[in-house]
Design a protein around this ligand. Structure first.
Ligand code: GLN
Length: 539
């Protein structure tokens, strides 16, 4: 079997420079040259997974097919390379310590003092190598979360230093991403932060092989030479990553900068075929030059942080491109919506999405948003809690079930139209215990969603504890809200729709986790198509 090649991506100077996007772009380029690639994220926090984090802390929690709750960067990886990730693609310090401590309790280290080095670092190395051994990839790109110099990232840096040494420089390289700030007052780009950040890496025994520098202005040859000289890399390995208008442009920019070719050279790999990005380029052109425009509202409660709904936003970008349309999404805080201001807040939009969420805060605003969309025939898309709100709204307004609610919001509701799933009833622990990952759904052939998916059997990803209460299904169907998708084994309602409405679909799953550039999700594509039929003044 050919040797696996490992690429480590570290970050310096500042956080949020886009290591995830650089990693995903390099993966895309290598994939377009015919290689198989996967990307992994190492997160330095002590939570075992981000499932127990509030989105305000760390943005969206992304879910894989096999039910891992992961960092949102895995969403970018999947959207770029169109390949599912797994449990093995996200490691947190918490999960590493958990395995080491479990082994210690079992007696696996009997007689030994268990320490950060070698036990924690060995476990990190094992988890990095698993992707090369268990899964058959040519390249494993591992993104190290955090910024060089953080105390909490140190075991990760030590692990990659050791791996680089063990595997040899032809099998493992480090790409370091830094920021080159532009000082307006002197009109200069500054390289000193990059030099310092590389020094910090060197203190940890790591010489970066390639430097990718985030900048708002182009880097001239003098700057590149200076960085190359003081950071000990060859000049062709100093790569510019200039601010882009869309993240999807980054692979094209990295191709121009030859990041893939330099990587292959360092890893003594043949160049493979020329990276064919024709489809990608066409997509980027559509994103940048839309023929139409429209506006939709995304009603949620974590709206202050756009990363909270990143997969939904990206799915809308994909769907917009298919429809040759720029979709502006305005995030509306559900806590601010009530019956009397809903028209004023939502009246200007051609479509309304009600977002996923947990807990009762802001739910009444979401229900008011659903009512407004339903009564005014505005395209409505409810995702997870969004579907549950649609169900509650229908019970209260159409079925006249006063006080109907989800038991999550009101334990004593007289009409628990959304109830805790049977299998959740004994669950006490919060971490990793929801209904997670991909499950089958069978679609009714006489439904709107069947026309959209054009197939009967689908699989979508989940993250919830509550479900539609089937005891009320007859009443809903008689009154015009139909269960058009169900789990074939449990009968759990996965999709509800109102056939008499322009576009009114709620899904218990998260379609946003599966939309990629190559395969935009059909529900988002069709939703935007319907939104485009609604003309508002400034559309
Ligand atoms: N809170 C709801 C549940 O647990 C919805 C979850 C979600 O929107 N992801 O069922």
């Amino acid at each position: 079997m050919p040797t696996k090649k490992y690429i480590f991506v570290t970050g310096g100077v500042a956080s949020s420079l886009g290591k995830g996007i650089i990693s995903a772009s390099l993966a895309k380029l290598l994939q377009a040259r015919g290689f198989s690639v996967t990307i992994q994220k190492l997160d330095p926090y002590i939570n075992v997974d981000p499932g127990t984090l509030n989105p305000y802390e760390h943005g969206e929690c992304y879910v894989t097919n096999d039910g891992a709750e992961t960092d949102l960067d895995l969403g970018h990886y999947e959207r770029f390379i169109n390949l599912p990730t797994t449990q093995d693609n996200n490691i947190t310090t918490g999960s590493v310590y958990q395995s080491v401590i479990n082994k210690e309790r079992k007696g696996d280290y009997l007689g030994k003092t268990v320490q950060v080095i070698p036990h924690i670092t060995d476990e990190i190395k094992r988890r990095i190598k698993v992707l090369g051994t268990k899964h058959n990839f040519d390249f494993i790109i591992t993104e190290i979360g955090g910024t060089v110099g953080d105390i909490e990232s140190q075991p990760y840096l030590e692990a990659i230093r050791q791996l680089k040494w063990e595997l040899g420089s032809e099998n493992a390289i480090v790409i370091h991403l830094t920021l080159v700030p532009f000082l307006g007052a002197s009109g200069e780009l500054k390289t000193k932060p990059t030099q310092h950040s590389v020094k910090l890496l060197l203190e940890n025994g790591i010489q970066p092989d390639i430097l990718v520098m985030r900048t708002e202005k182009p880097l001239n040859t003098d700057i590149r030479k200076k960085v190359a000289l003081f950071c000990n890399v060859d000049i062709s390995s100093v790569i510019e990553s200039i601010d882009a208008s869309t993240i999807y442009e980054v692979p094209l920019m990295m191709k121009k900068e030859r990041l893939d070719v330099i990587t292959l050279k360092k890893l003594r790999m043949p160049e493979g075929k020329e990276a064919d990005l024709a489809h990608w380029k066409k997509f980027v052109d559509k994103v940048k030059n839309p023929l139409k425009k429209t506006r939709i509202a995304l009603v949620g409660k974590y709206v202050e942080l756009p990363d909270s709904y990143i997969s939904i936003s990206e799915s809308i970008v994909h769907a917009g491109a298919v429809n040759d349309c720029k979709v502006s999404v305005t995030n509306i805080h559900s806590e601010n919506i009530n019956e009397s201001n809903v028209e004023q807040l939502l009246g200007d939009f051609s479509g309304i999405i009600v977002a996923p969420g947990f807990g009762s805060r802001g739910v009444e605003g979401k229900i008011a948003a659903v009512r407004f969309a339903r009564q005014n025939n505005i395209p409505f898309f409810g995702i997870c809690l969004g579907l549950q709100c649609a169900v509650i709204e229908f019970a209260r307004s159409v079925l006249k079930m006063t006080g109907a609610n989800s038991r999550e919001m009101d334990r004593r509701t007289p009409y628990p139209v959304i109830d805790l799933m049977e299998e959740q009833k004994g669950v006490i622990d919060k971490g990793g215990t929801m209904r997670l990952g991909a499950y089958d759904c069978t679609i009714d052939e006489k439904s709107r969603v069947y026309e959209i998916y054009k197939k009967k059997n689908i699989r979508e990803r989940h993250r919830h504890r509550y479900e539609f209460n089937n005891q009320y299904l007859d009443e809903y169907e008689k009154a015009g809200m139909k269960a058009s998708g169900m789990n074939p084994e449990t009968g759990l309602v996965e999709i509800m729709e109102i056939p008499d409405h322009k576009w009114f679909i709620g899904v218990q799953f998260h379609p946003e986790y599966q939309s990629t550039v190559l395969k935009p999700h059909p529900l988002f594509v069709d939703f935007i198509k319907s939104v485009l039929t609604i003309k508002k003044e400034d559309n």
